[in-house]
Design a protein around this ligand. Structure first.
Ligand code: NCD
Ligand code: ZN
Length: 347
């Protein structure tokens, strides 16, 4: 599973979707398109475009479930939430701090700007609140401090909406990790496949490692790298890769996002295999499929879940694919996902 995915739209979607469907049987698609997906109708139309592309990608399309998040805007109403909740594929509402990342003009400076009726409706219908847990630039100019500064808003949500299910997305700061672990079980977190391996220095040196929230210090990186390994006994720890492709000119113009879909499984498994304990298999399975599905109440039968095979075989990540530079471009990885040949492109 992948509980945080950007498969974009149109030509970009046509280039990247197949990578995610190769490794995930179910995924949660993010709504930060242009224009953002703020209504049930917009999400439903988007999901049908995704479904059509999926069928075009494969001779026999893998049975994949595409869930989506509704984009929460200052103007979102309780009615919008109730309408969206009728669609079984819309399982969450996504909060973005205005201008905090790619296509995030929500006009919300914090979750406190949401209408209270929206949060009440989400709590009532059981729609999960997915948080891009950072404050806006005007509140904290330093990107390295924007996640820790968000903790007070998370606490406000937990105190006032105790039954609301919340996922803090792509945690990057050790203080947020520890905080979420100490909150009630209604609050979980996703960890991407790149934050456990990157620091702020990497993001500064390589635009293809630059994402929001920006990777932090070596101590934060170590915290994330060790936290994912505990997933077998910590149900709050969920894999959401945040694979976020941008064409090269957009990356050069400073757009944030790491395109990890073709490499994340190899990189993650390598980490579990190298650094995991006796429970490395259980931990990998819990992180990448069990924990998220259980939190969302969307567990799959074993037949539906399918399987993934890792082969210990060195391979070189292509430098570029259809105008998009992958994470780890040109690097040699030790594990290959069986059968995933990058669709005819070899380095
Ligand atoms: C994401 C994108 O490009 O859509 N970028 C990123 O750096 N992670 C948006 C997001 O999840 O913040
Ligand atoms: Zn994202």
């Amino acid at each position: 599973d992948d509980w945080h995915v950007h498969v974009r739209d149109a030509e970009l979607m046509a280039s990247v979707l197949r990578f995610s469907t190769y490794t995930s049987r179910q995924m949660l698609l993010m709504p930060n398109l242009v224009p953002p997906l703020t209504t049930e109708e917009m999400v439903a139309e988007y999901l049908s475009r995704v479904g059509i592309q999926h069928l075009k990608d494969w001779v026999i399309a893998p049975p994949t479930r595409f869930y989506a998040a509704l984009f929460l805007h200052r103007t979102t109403s309780a009615r919008d939430i109730r309408n969206a909740a009728i669609n079984p594929m819309i399982i969450s509402g996504k909060f973005y701090p205005d201008g905090g990342t790619t296509n995030s003009s929500s006009q919300l400076t914090s979750p406190r700007d949401l209408r209270l009726e929206v949060l009440e409706a989400m709590e009532e219908v059981g729609m999960v609140l997915c948080l891009h847990g950072e404050v806006v630039e005007a509140e904290e100019p330093d990107p390295l401090l924007r996640e820790v500064a968000f903790i007070k808003y998370l606490d406000w949500l937990v105190t006032n909406f105790p039954k609301l299910k919340i996922v803090v997305e792509h945690v990057s700061d050790r203080r947020m990790v520890h905080h979420v672990l100490n909150l009630p079980e209604t609050v979980a977190m996703t960890i991407t496949s790149h934050h456990p391996f990157l620091t702020h220095t990497d993001a500064l040196n390589d635009p293809h490692c630059n994402c929001m929230p920006v990777a932090k210090t070596e101590t934060d990186r170590e915290c994330l790298a060790s936290t994912v390994l505990t997933a077998a006994w910590t149900p709050k720890i969920i894999s959401g890769t945040d694979t976020a492709p941008h064409p090269v000119p957009d990356k050069k113009a400073g757009k944030a996002g790491v395109w990890s879909a073709g490499v994340h499984a190899s990189v993650l498994w390598d980490h579990f295999a190298t650094s995991g304990g006796d429970d490395k298999f259980e931990a990998f399975v819990a992180f990448t499929s069990g924990n998220g599905a259980r939190f969302y109440g969307l567990e799959m039968s074993p037949e539906m879940r399918g399987e993934i095979t890792f082969v210990r075989q060195r391979w070189q990540v292509p430098e570029i694919y259809e105008g998009i530079v992958p994470w780890k471009a040109g690097e040699i990885l030790d594990w290959r996902v069986k059968g995933m040949e990058w669709f005819g492109i070899t380095a």
